[in-house]
Ligand binder design. Structure first.
Ligand SMILES: Nc1ncnc2c1ncn2[C@@H]1O[C@H](COP(=O)(O)OP(=O)(O)O)[C@@H](O)[C@H]1O
Ligand SMILES: [Mg+2]
Length: 435
């Protein structure tokens, strides 16, 4: 069933803005919008509404790869796609989406089973931009590789002063009385200075100091913590930067957040949490949008663990906070044009209240006897699922699928750092030029 690109993507559409393509095509046969093929050779599509998804499977089962296919689909459907890359490992894989898949096995499946020939793409349909706070590590990286063609896909992201104050008030680890002081200072300060553009951290700190004086809280200590958070989130001074607001509005790119350039694990969590909170609240603040947000969280079990196994003592404060936040988000965001895709190793890694909100499950290879029984499949079936396959569980359906590999490149094992991407991108550009 080999189709040419023109059949997949009619010519008039090729010339049109890709993003207006979503609804028109959601019911026609289009392998670019399908995540797999059923046993009866039918294309399987993800649900079209704002439903949450859970991808689960053991390490190496192909979760990250499947998430990439789903990101491609959501992007082509005109959604605003975000991804938080794993905070702890600090991998940075999605920059590779700017390149065509070069894995021969995956390309063969794309061609033979899905009729997609990557060579047919005249213009590369995906753009993934990787954001980092402007840490000195990141600034050095940008400088060192300023002449590398792939560097344009890496950008520093900055928060406004008002955003920073919001984040700090929500995330600062405090004792109970200390927490009351910060909350009070925040309320008083933000009602005194209503215009967000006029707010600044020094004034906010003055409020904290004044309210804290005369209590038995060591307020100098609190101010030090505020400084630390402020410094981590703001980073160093840098000229070219993107604001969160501009990034959120830009639907022509997949926006990825990486902690790769943040040194300390705690700081990675501070930043990750700040992203989660601000992207969410900025989105909520503007619900007039007529398109969906699709937010991917990789290795969600480390971000918001349910089981003690995944709790890292040093980070447990942030892990707990993020789990609570995610619980709220998945519960209330469906009505707000927002869909979450979480990837994790086991079905019980995330709290049941999150799992139960996920309408679509993509189950990959895993050892989970009880869970298999709950799914109504033999445990052996889950244990022996090949890397190309998954069990899809939708609201009314459950079937085994052959997955559609991503059209874009998946970082190969051990080659997930930004410098690996820069190399690959440069090589690819040279090949193209010689071609
Ligand atoms: N559908 C697929 N077809 C062929 N190879 C795949 C497929 N999915 C994943 N792989 C390969 O398997 C390896 C592990 O995949 P990955 O998505 O990183 O797994 P996980 O995120 O579950 O650890 C990668 O090297 C990837 O190229
Ligand atoms: Mg992975």
């Amino acid at each position: 069933m080999r189709l040419s690109l023109e059949e997949i993507w009619p010519r008039d559409v090729l010339e049109e803005d890709l993003h207006r393509y979503e609804e028109k095509t959601s019911h026609t046969e289009n392998p670019l919008l399908a995540f797999g093929l059923t046993k009866n050779n039918k294309l399987a599509y993800p649900l079209s509404g704002p439903s949450h998804r859970l991808i689960m499977g053991q390490t190496g089962a192909g979760k990250t790869t499947l998430a990439q296919t789903l990101m491609e689909i959501d992007f082509l459907r005109g959604r605003k796609v975000f991804e938080l890359e794993p905070a702890l490992e600090a991998k940075s894989e999605r920059a590779f989406m700017n390149l065509p898949n070069n894995d021969s096995r995956m390309r063969q499946v794309l061609l033979e089973k899905f009729g997609i020939d990557i060579e047919d793409f005249k213009e590369w349909p995906f753009k993934a931009v990787v954001y980092s706070p402007p840490t000195s590590r990141f600034v050095n990286f940008l400088k060192k590789y300023e002449n590398s063609p792939g560097i344009e896909f890496f950008r520093p992201l900055t928060f406004t002063e008002a955003d920073l104050i919001d984040i700090i008030a929500r995330t600062l680890p405090t004792g109970s009385i200390e927490g009351l002081i910060v909350a009070d200072a925040y309320d008083q300060y933000t009602s005194a200075v209503k215009k967000r553009k006029k707010r600044n951290i020094e004034e906010f700190k003055n409020y904290v100091q004044e309210i804290g004086e005369g209590t038995n809280v060591n307020i100098e200590n609190t101010l030090m913590k505020i400084n630390r958070f402020y410094h981590v989130l703001k980073g160093v001074e840098i000229e070219k930067r993107t604001s969160l607001k501009d990034m959120i509005k830009n639907r022509d790119e997949i926006s990825v957040f990486t902690t790769h350039f943040i040194e300390r694990p705690e700081d990675r969590y501070i930043w990750t949490f700040a992203i989660l909170v601000t992207v969410y609240s900025n989105w909520i603040d503007n619900l007039k949008r007529d398109y969906l947000m699709s937010f991917f969280v990789a290795d969600a079990n480390l971000l918001a663990p349910n089981s003690a196994r995944d709790i890292v003592e040093k980070l447990s404060y942030f892990q707990t906070l993020m789990r609570q936040e995610l619980q709220v988000y998945v519960k209330i965001s469906r009505g707000k044009n927002m869909a979450w895709t979480l990837d994790t190793q086991r079905h019980d890694d995330l709290s049941p209240s999150i799992v139960s909100e996920c309408k679509e499950w993509f189950v990959k290879r895993m050892y989970a006897r009880e869970f298999a029984q709950k799914l109504g499949v033999e445990p052996r079936v889950l244990r022996t699922l090949s890397i190309e396959k998954a069990i899809y569980v939708g609201p009314l359906t459950k079937y085994r699928v052959l997955l559609r590999p991503p059209i874009s490149r998946k970082a190969s094992a051990g080659e997930y750092a930004p410098i690996h991407f820069l190399d690959a991108y440069e090589r690819w550009e040279n090949e193209e030029a010689n071609y």
